[in-house]
Design a binder for this molecule. Sequence first.
Ligand code: DC
Length: 225
Amino acid sequence: MDEVLVPGLPPVIAIDGPSASGKGTVAARVAAELGFQYLDSGALYRAAAVASLQRGIAPDDEPALVELVSGLALRFEGERIFMNGIDVSDAIRTEEAGVRSSQVASVPGVRAALLALQRSLRIAPGLVADGRDMGTVVFPDALFKVFLTASAAVRAARRHKQLIEKGLSANLEGLLRDLEARDERDRTRAVAPLAAAPGAQVIDSDHLGVAEVVDQVLEGYRHAV
Ligand code: DC
């Protein structure tokens, strides 16, 4: 409540949840609505994953991964992400990058190496950040925290639809299996496991459209301010 009044510490809306729960779409729209910055923290882990695949670094080689991630120049421009000056926004969205990102995200040194960059994006008039640990680790003092979820079946069906619409081939059962495996890894890892932050508003979007979720987040935020 008083938090927005602290000089130099703009408000944060933290939106966490499992893969394909719609966090990214919702967070970007909420940010646009409020004129806030938007941080897609998953994009950073995905970029790290792509870089590790390019260099042939194993997903459990912590020293090599930390060196790699520490040396990456990662920068957002609107919703696009650049790695060492190259636009990797599309390259990070493949299923291969998704699976690898969940592996590198469980490496503590990788998470530590990405912390300062995430916090540096907290600039006025505010930030909407989405990921797995926005409300628990990166911005524990966020003004408003949301845990956005949906059943694995609904999330797999949404992702399937997205891929088909993009003209890509997709297999619903395979997507469901991948999502469940990734959820399990994100939930059970030792560092920053996926969990609702204390005090987070839990929104189950199984029966809600994007606009309804956006409205609920905006309403919750306005109450919190
Ligand atoms: O949200 P996403 O699917 O783009 O995230 C890709 C992977 O990165 C996901 O498997 C978990 C990981 N991740 C994380 O550990 N912490 C975050 N704050 C965001 C993503």
